[in-house]
Design a protein around this ligand. Structure first.
Ligand code: PLP
Length: 394
């Protein structure tokens, strides 16, 4: 009783202090936009029917879901019938990869060692359970895919599936999507791209990009957690990963997360309406952060292609030797700065970042991933740099 009251008190103290926290972990998750909260609470209040029910309340829920589907489809420039709502990016990636192998008979998958666990782990399981083969494309020193090697792999394994993420969630590197799509066409391969980090941040015209299948997740662009979608262009339809009813045109069973779907659509709509101004603001924060870190922390290095072909929201850096790598994140946390060392999905694991390891970054040196959103300010960047400087001088 006492412990639970004490815990609640601590949570309230934290909530009270929240305004002073600097949140730079937006690649892990983002705060929900106010317009999204409003849309979701209106939905929670008025829409409670099951979209599969044929009566008026069911029909209202169906209309809500289908309107959201149209909005999402418009943002990605695909047909509404090519959007399938899921519980998020992990499920979308799993459903696509398993579906392509199990139902459409693809036997060879080409990916990179820098992919998210939501792609690498299903591929490993598929090697065991479906006897598929997986090849890993080489990456260069900056973490970009070696497209010449990709072409050699495609020539060796025609009609493969290529699974390469649009932007890397740890270092932000961007994939040359059109070039990869062109190679996939040439060798009749299917192109799957995990677009979880770029959906809502870059204008991704999936139809024109040449991507066949993509995954998105609402909580990465100021929408709710637990909802996302897969985009599957018409020729690739497969059987459901989750079996049950005939929801989502038999591609994903289970009663739809109606208000989550509403929230996702509203979040994507807001993101697209404000995209240029948000991109400019966030890119200026990233640029200022790089300049300030260089000026105040001699020896700091940036991982990946931070100042080249890189997503504006992500910056990965390594501090010079002398800072206790294990204590860096707790040290920043004590100072009220929320960042992470890499993928949130890998942060419970005792292993270091596989992405940084593949890039040859010394695991003994302290590295952090900063990820910005439209809500961050230059003042917060100043504070981060001052705290990092203090940590480095200790
Ligand atoms: N793919 C990438 C690139 C991600 O960054 C993430 C989340 O960190 C996921 C997939 C998983 O998405 P979700 O949290 O919606 O399952």
């Amino acid at each position: 009783m006492f412990v639970s009251c004490f815990n609640r008190l601590i949570i309230h103290v934290y909530i009270f202090m929240e305004r002073q926290l600097v949140y730079l972990d937006n690649a892990a998750s983002t705060p929900v936009d106010e317009a999204v909260q409003e849309a979701m609470s209106a939905c929670q209040r008025h829409i409670f029917g099951n979209p599969s029910s044929v009566h008026e309340h069911g029909r209202r829920a169906r209309v809500e879901v289908e309107q959201a589907r149209r909005t999402v489809a418009q943002c990605f420039n695909v047909a509404p019938s090519e959007i399938f709502f899921t519980s998020g990016g992990t499920e979308a990636n799993n459903a696509i990869l398993w579906g392509l192998a199990r139902d459409l008979g693809y036997r060879h998958f080409i990916t990179s060692r820098l992919e998210h666990p939501a792609v690498l782990n299903p591929l490993t399981a598929m090697q065991q359970h479906l006897s598929v083969d997986v090849s890993y494309v080489d990456i260069d020193q900056k973490g970009h895919v070696d497209t010449a090697h990709l072409e050699r792999l495609l020539a060796t394994y025609p009609k493969a599936v290529v699974s390469l993420m649009h932007a890397n969630n740890e270092i932000g590197n961007l994939l040359p999507v059109k070039e990869v799509a062109k190679l996939c066409r040439k060798y009749q391969a299917v192109f799957h791209s995990d677009t979880v980090q770029t959906a809502g941040k870059l204008k991704t015209d999936i139809r024109r990009s040449g991507i066949d299948c993509a995954a998105a997740s609402a909580h990465k662009f100021h929408g709710p957690k637990g909802v996302g979608c897969m985009v599957v262009l018409r020729e690739q339809f497969f059987k459901p990963f989750i079996r049950g009813g005939t929801q989502e045109r038999s591609m994903r069973a289970g009663t739809e997360n109606v208000c989550g779907i509403t929230g996702m659509a509203r979040a994507l709509e807001v993101a697209h309406q404000r995209m240029t101004q948000d991109q400019e603001h966030i890119a200026s924060l990233k640029k200022a952060c790089i300049q300030l870190l260089r000026a105040h922390i001699p020896g700091v290095t940036f991982n990946g292609d931070a100042e080249g072909s890189s997503l504006h929201t992500i910056l990965n850096l390594t501090l010079p030797a002398g800072v206790d790598a294990e204590m860096l994140l707790p040290g920043l946390d004590i100072e009220g700065i929320c960042v992470s060392s890499g993928s949130a999905c890998g942060s419970g694991s005792s292993k270091g970042s596989q992405v940084l390891e593949a890039l040859g970054v010394d695991p003994g040196l302290p590295s952090v991933r900063l990820s910005f959103s439209k809500y961050n300010t230059l003042k917060e960047v100043d504070r981060l740099v001052a705290v990092l400087r203090k940590i480095c001088l200790k």
